[in-house]
Design a protein around this ligand. Structure first.
Ligand code: TRP
Ligand code: MN
Length: 449
């Protein structure tokens, strides 16, 4: 239980080695900013976090399916109503496709409203022959390749809080205020997608749902119920900058437990999951559902020990393992991990991140991913789980509702030499709306019940 988390305080991570933090130039300024964030209201509430955990517990047993997605890194300058709306739209469309095909509820979790902190492989990078501090996400510094812009500024933490609050406010309005109602399933299709084969497949499915609703209404069933009128939607981000996460960690007056109220679900990156490190220490004490990225460089025993540390009661819904092995290597790494977790009887949601280990560099220099590699990793993920008798419980994507050209392939066969047309990401390449829908249809084929 919450209160028995031994020797944990929201500050106890400070006694552990901490990786991947910005080098803030002024500690006093940092403390002052964190103190003011600590006074501000929580972004999400403990009750919502508990609801998400309960839904994820269903996904452990295959009674629900997790759909998590959004930008690699959000940007302050792109925190606008159209951007937020379009990302939400495409996630809702994907959720409808997956629900319809899979015949089970889809747990919708955005990488949104707080995904502003990025781990980097090195503290500095060379830009045009000049060594600059690496860009660590908008909550630390600016991506602009100037020394001044790259120096971490604690005021950005507060700005990140405000941007997250504004984003979440609009998401709540959209999902609770009618925009997310199933009656609008056809209206979510975007103009540029409608013209495409995927848009037409979606249109067909949406029409069937609308007809079903009309029929229910005709025979007198209440179609104004919150089940139909409101979409359940949750937020998530990588819990990376621990000072910020600590400032938003609050004790719940109902159950006396500690919740990190910066977002509903938090994940730990592949680079910050050292068992005695600060990130694990911090996260073991908060009651949020946790994701953990697992890439090729892992020791199975470490993973088991970390799960034990983070979830000693083996509570279902607490842990989601997000496997990111790459299309080429998943067959090598996933089965032994599945077997070990199964042998220990650990309750986890198995999720597949088919994005992060499938990065390649196009000749133009663009960082990209191929639709086929992504799909192929997903395919293997499902097949390997079925072979082991375990549950493939979810997927994790980097995507946007925009018409970007960052990943190649898909129905339109986007080619390497077209990447420059609308390449907007400051970090990793994302699926565009059309590619996202296509991916959802392909997953639907796999999970069709
Ligand atoms: N309330 C249900 C849910 O959120 C059904 C639902 C309403 C829904 N709007 C939706 C499902 C939009 C998917 C997409 O799951
Ligand atoms: Mn990424």
């Amino acid at each position: 239980m919450s209160n028995s988390t031994t020797n944990w305080k929201k500050t106890s991570w400070r006694d552990h080695p901490v990786l991947q933090q910005p080098k803030w130039p002024d500690e006093t300024q940092l403390s002052a900013v964190l103190e003011s964030i600590g006074q501000l209201p929580p972004l999400v509430f403990a009750g919502e976090i508990r609801d998400l955990k309960a839904s994820l517990a269903q996904a452990v047993h295959g009674e629900a399916f997790l759909l998590q997605g959004g930008d690699c890194s959000e940007e302050f300058s792109r925190c606008t109503a159209p951007n937020i709306r379009d990302t939400l739209k495409v996630l809702l469309q994907m959720a409808v496709i997956l629900t319809y095909a899979g015949g089970k509820p889809v747990v919708k979790v955005g990488r949104i409203a707080g995904q502003y902190a990025k781990p980097r492989s090195s503290d500095t990078e060379m830009v045009n022959g000049v060594e600059l501090p690496s860009y660590r996400g908008d909550m630390a510094n600016s991506v602009e390749p100037e020394l001044e812009a790259r120096i971490p500024n604690p005021d950005r933490l507060l700005q990140g809080y405000n941007m997250s609050a504004a984003t979440l406010n609009l998401l709540r309005a959209f999902t609770k205020g009618g925009f997310g109602a199933l009656h609008r399933v056809q209206a979510w299709n975007q103009e540029f997608v409608k013209q495409s084969p995927m848009g037409r497949s979606y249109e067909r499915l949406a029409r069937q749902i609308s007809q079903a609703l009309d029929f229910m209404q005709t025979i007198g069933i209440d179609v104004e119920s919150p089940q139909l009128k409101q979409a359940q939607f949750f937020t998530s981000h990588e819990a990376l900058f621990l000072g910020y996460e600590e400032a938003l960690t609050r004790e719940d007056s109902l159950d006396g437990g500690w919740y990190d109220c910066s977002g509903h679900m938090l994940w730990i990156g592949d680079r910050t999951r050292q068992i005695d490190g600060a990130h694990i220490e911090f996260l073991r004490g908060v009651l949020n559902p946790l994701g953990m990225k697992v890439g090729p460089k892992h020791e199975i025993d470490d993973i088991l020990a970390i799960i034990e540390r983070l979830n000693p009661e083996n509570e279902a819904g607490r842990m989601t393992l997000i496997a990111r092995f790459g299309a080429r290597d998943i067959e090598k790494y996933l089965p032994p991990l599945i077997r070990a977790v199964k042998r220990e009887g650990l309750n986890v949601v198995w999720s597949c991140d088919p994005m992060h280990a499938n990065i390649r560099k196009a000749e133009s220099g663009h960082k990209t991913r191929s639709f086929d590699d992504i799909l192929s990793e997903l395919h293997c993920f499902f097949e390997l789980h079925w072979a082991e008798g375990t549950v493939p419980g979810g997927v994790h994507f980097e995507l946007t509702g925009d018409n970007v050209t960052e990943c190649t392939g898909g129905a339109r066969q986007l080619a390497d030499d077209q990447l420059g047309l609308n390449y907007l990401t400051t970090c990793d390449p994302r699926l565009n709306a059309e590619q996202s829908l296509e991916m959802a249809f392909r997953i639907a084929e796999m999970i069709r019940s």
